[in-house]
Ligand binder design. Structure first.
Ligand SMILES: *[C@@H]1O[C@H](CO)[C@@H](O)[C@H](O)[C@H]1NC(C)=O
Ligand SMILES: *[C@@H]1O[C@H](CO)[C@@H](O)[C@H](O)[C@H]1NC(C)=O
Ligand SMILES: *[C@@H]1O[C@H](CO)[C@@H](O)[C@H](O)[C@H]1NC(C)=O
Ligand SMILES: *[C@@H]1O[C@H](CO)[C@@H](O)[C@H](O)[C@H]1NC(C)=O
Ligand SMILES: *[C@@H]1O[C@H](CO)[C@@H](O)[C@H](O)[C@H]1NC(C)=O
Ligand SMILES: *[C@@H]1O[C@H](CO)[C@@H](O)[C@H](O)[C@H]1NC(C)=O
Ligand SMILES: *[C@@H]1O[C@H](CO)[C@@H](O)[C@H](O)[C@H]1NC(C)=O
Ligand SMILES: *[C@@H]1O[C@H](CO)[C@@H](O)[C@H](O)[C@H]1NC(C)=O
Length: 483
């Protein structure tokens, strides 16, 4: 009998060891195996290569709004009609360069090149679009913001007349090519600005050296600044978090510590072991701010189940206390702020009256949609979302949708020259998407399968351990106490 007890004791201790092993190895090691490969370092060649020149193509589709009845903007009773043109499809080439690895941080820039890859039946880039003249309204807005009050109307009149002489009007007809990457000459405007400087002595904000304007002019083959991010070596739960952008830990556009925070990743990488109860933060230089997304549901792509995160309504809600600092005028008069769905970019675009929103003002204030005919917001087409593989945190599908608008008002231009209602005027929107290709999807699937196999075997270990311990417990009549 003695030897029997010893034997059972041994069996039990083996059981305890197995439990301990399965709970440490299993529950600690499995996530560890899942992720130890995730650290981005030059030693980890495959991961480094996939990060620095992603094999997944990024597509960007442009949709432009053609105003079909903007000929007479002075007739306030006409409801403007917008006709959506597009998509105009481009493919992005992204390469990170100048990478420096230091203390678990990676410093780099990312070169983005755009290639026109038209789809079947796509309109050429030479079709013409009628829309508001963003430069006219930028000048009008700058004059009303910067000129002394007694001079603003007079300067605005001079501006309007001088532009009229060179056939620059509040509305314009431009090709899609000019609107996007090629731009058009700003020479007439530069001359007017210079003459103002001579006449009034007002200091104008720094002007671009190359006098051209296009909404993506100068963007091809350039980068969006220097990023310093976590490689994962300091903790995989921080993988990809941006520590500094252009050498600074926060932006300085918003005159508020909270609104200036740089939070989260660049949107291309995320920490592994996705927690669907947490907010996922993203910072994009294009937005000049951090935003977040929350878990919505599971979605399958290429046979992989992903956790879909969407940007919730509250992020766009201008009236939410946490967003008030994005409207610097709020302290002066809340009515000076835009309603739900509009982000005024003046503070980060040298005062240019550009407004960002979701396409077709999806989730925004209805009044912006109703100001035109031809807009129809729709969740499927117009929301921003991304799907993360829950274990690895790899994005398997991402879609960023943004609309560029101009803050159209009379500003200080006399009504006899320009008689227009205050309007958030949509110019164009983008559908920027990335989808895991089949080969990468297979790799992700393999990795997930390995982790799943380990996950199952640890349950077996745990079960075996419990069985072993129980067999000893039963022998020792311990169970009797419980029953
Ligand atoms: C855009 O609208 C104008 C009328 O405002 C029209 O002349 C032009 O053909 C339209 N462009 C396209 C590409 O449909
Ligand atoms: C961007 O630059 C590349 C190479 O410099 C060129 O091939 C491509 O056509 C350009 N794209 C656009 C949209 O101009
Ligand atoms: C403004 O003044 C500068 C020098 O004072 C002169 O070179 C320039 O031609 C003037 N510009 C205009 C538009 O009068
Ligand atoms: C960025 O891409 C453009 C276009 O391909 C190229 O001309 C330029 O040299 C690249 N810059 C760097 C720093 O790689
Ligand atoms: C920035 O905020 C502070 C405190 O809220 C305020 O006193 C200051 O006037 C603001 N500066 C600007 C430029 O708005
Ligand atoms: C940044 O993240 C912190 C904590 O992670 C959060 O409290 C804060 O609200 C975020 N700020 C912004 C602007 O999203
Ligand atoms: C945006 O692009 C994705 C990928 O190309 C496509 O599946 C989707 O239909 C596009 N959305 C719209 C509204 O065109
Ligand atoms: C392991 O499997 C269990 C049940 O089968 C599941 O709930 C859990 O999410 C899995 N964990 C991992 C890390 O795969």
């Amino acid at each position: 009998m003695v030897s029997g007890i010893v034997k059972t004791g041994i069996v039990a201790s083996v059981g305890v060891v197995v439990i301990v092993l399965s709970s440490t190895l299993g529950w600690i090691l499995v996530p560890d195996i899942a992720t130890s490969e995730a650290i981005i370092t030059a030693d980890n060649e495959a991961v480094f290569a996939a990060w620095s020149s992603p094999p997944v193509p990024v597509y960007i589709d442009f949709f432009l709004f053609n105003c079909t009845n903007c000929e007479d903007p002075t007739d306030q009773d006409v409801v403007l009609h917008l006709d959506q043109l597009g998509p105009f499809s481009f493919t992005e080439g992204r390469i990170k360069y100048g990478v420096i690895e230091e203390n678990g941080l990676l410093t780099y820039r990312e070169n983005i090149t755009y290639f026109h890859t038209p789809g079947d039946g796509e309109l050429g880039l030479d079709v013409e679009v009628v829309t508001v003249n963003p430069v006219y309204f930028t000048l009008a807005s700058l004059i009303s913001d910067l000129a002394p009050e007694n001079l603003a109307a007079q300067l605005s009149t001079i501006m309007h007349n001088k532009l009229d002489e060179v056939d620059e009007k509040p509305f314009m007809k431009r090709t899609v090519r000019e609107m996007l990457f090629d731009g058009w000459s700003l020479q007439p405007y530069i001359e007017i600005l210079e003459s103002f400087q001579n006449e009034t002595g007002i200091d104008l904000p720094p002007l671009p050296e190359d006098p051209k304007f296009g909404f993506f002019y100068g963007r091809n083959g350039t980068n969006l600044g220097e990023f310093k991010i976590e490689s994962g070596a300091n903790g995989l739960d921080q993988l990809g978090f941006i520590r500094t952008w252009n050498g600074k830990e926060s932006v300085d556009y918003w005159n508020d510590t909270y609104c200036n925070m740089i939070n989260g990743t660049d949107g291309a990488i995320y920490p592994p072991l996705v927690d669907t109860s947490e907010k996922v933060y993203i910072f994009t230089p294009d937005l000049c701010r951090s935003v977040y997304a929350t878990y919505e549901r599971d979605v399958e792509t290429e046979g992989i189940i992903g956790n879909r995160f969407t940007v919730p309504e509250i992020v766009f809600n201008t009236y939410d206390p946490e967003n008030l600092c994005y409207c610097p005028d709020h302290k002066i008069d809340p009515d000076l702020c835009f309603s739900i769905g509009i982000l005024d970019m003046r503070p980060c675009l040298f005062g240019a009256p550009v407004l960002l929103s979701t396409p077709h003002f999806f989730m925004g204030d209805e009044r912006y949609v109703k100001a035109f005919t031809g807009l129809a917001p729709n969740k499927e087409w117009h929301e921003t979302h991304f799907d993360l593989e829950p274990l690895l945190g790899v994005p398997i599908f991402a879609s960023k949708r943004l609309q560029l608008n101009v803050d159209v008002r009379r500003y200080e231009v006399p009504p006899r020259l320009l008689n227009i209602k205050d309007t958030v005027f949509p110019i164009l929107w983008i559908n920027e998407t990335a989808k895991l290709d089949q080969a990468s999807a297979q790799d992700v699937n393999k990795a997930v399968n390995v982790i799943d196999a380990l996950n199952i075997s640890r349950w077996c270990f745990l079960a075996a351990g419990i069985a072993l311990v129980c067999s000893w417990l039963r022998y020792a009549r311990c169970f009797a106490i419980r029953w």
